[in-house]
Design a protein around this ligand. Structure first.
Ligand SMILES: NC(=O)c1ccc[n+]([C@@H]2O[C@H](COP(=O)([O-])OP(=O)(O)OC[C@H]3O[C@@H](n4cnc5c(N)ncnc54)[C@H](O)[C@@H]3O)[C@@H](O)[C@H]2O)c1
Length: 425
């Protein structure tokens, strides 16, 4: 049992790690940052200054940090998806508990490698399924557990990815290739995790999926569009204008400005420097001239061993990004839209004159893409490594295997046009 502040090393110094590390700023008695690792020297220097970390505790990779005698209790691993496993295994072997970003691994082979390393080591590896901690979903889970809607018959969830989020991450951005980042895994492993969590203890048996890339494709290129938004005749009338998104509105700076411009230092990158930077990097590209090949719509159907069905729809190019859920049980149903912070419980009425009884639940959190789950997750992770009982939401590696396997299966099903049995994965 740890008694002092938990000593954390930060691995992969991007915006996700910065977000989780901010917990230490607000709660210095609970978490202390003691070491850093990133091959990007600019990020390393910025984080070292912010957290006052001496040179001998700054490393150019997770592997290098893990190779010296252990000097922290936990590692927060916010590296990119494709290096999660190779960076985590040495840290696990060195005895660090890990808070690991999702998706865990790009393939079932790597997922199993990590799982074997965790089983051998006895350390905790918690996956950043932040939505479990969002009050919207956490209260829904509590109502399911209390038996409010009976046994689950059907779950339907939707993720609406906004047009600007889709453009920055999955068309122009770093998750735009299906071979390395199938979108159902990269974006919707959260939703698949929620489905498995609501249905906990019940295994999936069969998966089917359809989808593809049909909209963000060169065949929809308007006349007169340029290859780059900074050299385009119709830029002002285009909803996907990089200038409008990243310069005028300053949306998504941690993607469009990461690299040369040190936006993490807190200094406002000025407009001219930003424009120069973005016009020369991938984020200035026209969405119709990009090299993306991930699906821009995809639906998944999952059959569980008790006969219940779950469906998840990924819909992109939405005007407003949100997530919606409808869960139908033997005694009632729950439906809601996460960004409103409100869900409704309907129960068939057993009294004369009423068709159903309606209860509206307002969790009081709106307008946060993660439903205010990020720092609640960090708190829960610290609670676990301090030896306390896991919470309802605690999402260890073993709890996250099914959702990831559904995502791998969905990609196979979509590309091979066939059902996939869960035990194939
Ligand atoms: N939980 C969520 O809802 C959520 C939301 C967005 C992104 N993510 C995930 O968070 C992760 C991080 O995303 P990001 O945009 O902050 O990443 P990023 O690309 O900004 O940062 C990753 C950092 O890892 C560093 N790195 C690469 N190899 C390394 C190594 N061997 N050792 C140490 N560091 C190394 C890179 O230099 C880079 O600075 C991704 O897996 C992403 O999918 C999760």
């Amino acid at each position: 049992m740890l008694v002092a502040a938990v000593r954390a090393v930060l691995v992969g110094l991007g915006h996700r790690t910065a977000c989780y590390a901010s917990y230490a700023e607000q709660n210095p008695d609970e978490m202390e940052i003691v070491g850093l690792a990133d091959p990007n020297s600019m990020r390393l220097a910025t984080f070292a200054e912010k957290w006052n970390i001496p040179d001998e505790r700054c490393f150019s990779s997770a592997q290098e940090l893990a190779a010296i005698p252990k000097f922290g209790d936990v590692a927060i691993n916010g590296t990119m998806d494709e290096v999660h496993v190779e960076t985590s295994i040495p840290l696990i072997e060195a005895g660090y508990h890990i808070l690991l970003e999702k998706p865990i691994a790009p393939s079932p082979v790597e997922l199993n490698l990590l799982n074997t390393a965790v089983e051998k080591s006895g350390v905790h590896v918690v996956i950043c399924h932040v939505l479990r901690y969002a009050p919207f979903y956490n209260v829904i889970k509590q109502r399911i557990m209390s038996g409010d809607i009976g046994e689950i018959i059907h779950i339907h969830s939707t993720e609406n990815v906004s047009y600007h989020h889709m453009a920055v991450a999955f068309v122009r951005g770093k998750w735009n290739r299906r071979e390395t980042n199938p979108i159902m895994l990269a974006k919707c492993c959260h939703d698949l995790d929620l489905i498995c969590w609501f249905n906990s203890g019940i295994n999936p048996i069969k998966i089917s999926s359809m989808g593809g890339r049909h909209f963000f494709s060169s065949k929809n290129k308007p006349d007169k569009s340029g290859e780059n938004c900074f050299d385009c005749q119709i830029e002002r009338e285009c909803q996907h204008s990089a200038k409008r998104h990243y310069i005028d509105n300053n949306w998504w700076p941690f993607y469009s400005l990461s690299g040369e411009i040190n936006y993490e230092s807190g200094g406002e990158a000025d407009e001219i420097a930003s424009a120069k930077h973005i016009s020369n990097n991938d984020y200035g590209r026209c969405v119709w001239h990009s090299d993306n090949n991930v699906a821009d719509r995809q639906s998944v159907i999952v059959e569980f061993e008790n006969g219940s069905i779950a469906t998840h729809d990924l819909v992109t190019n939405s005007a407003r990004g949100t997530r919606k859920i409808q869960i139908t049980g033997t005694k009632g149903e729950i439906f809601g839209d996460m960004t409103t912070g409100v869900f409704t419980i309907l129960k068939p009425a057993a009294v004369d004159g009423e068709e159903y009884h309606e209860e509206i639940v307002d969790v009081g959190v709106i307008d946060d893409l993660h439903g205010d789950g990020d720092l609640r997750l960090v708190q829960d992770f610290l609670n676990l490594v301090n030896g306390n009982t896991p919470s309802l939401a605690t999402t260890t590696l073993i709890d996250s295997l099914n959702s990831h396997k559904i995502a791998y299966a969905a990609d196979i099903s979509m590309t091979e046009s066939r059902f996939v049995n869960f035990d194939e994965i």
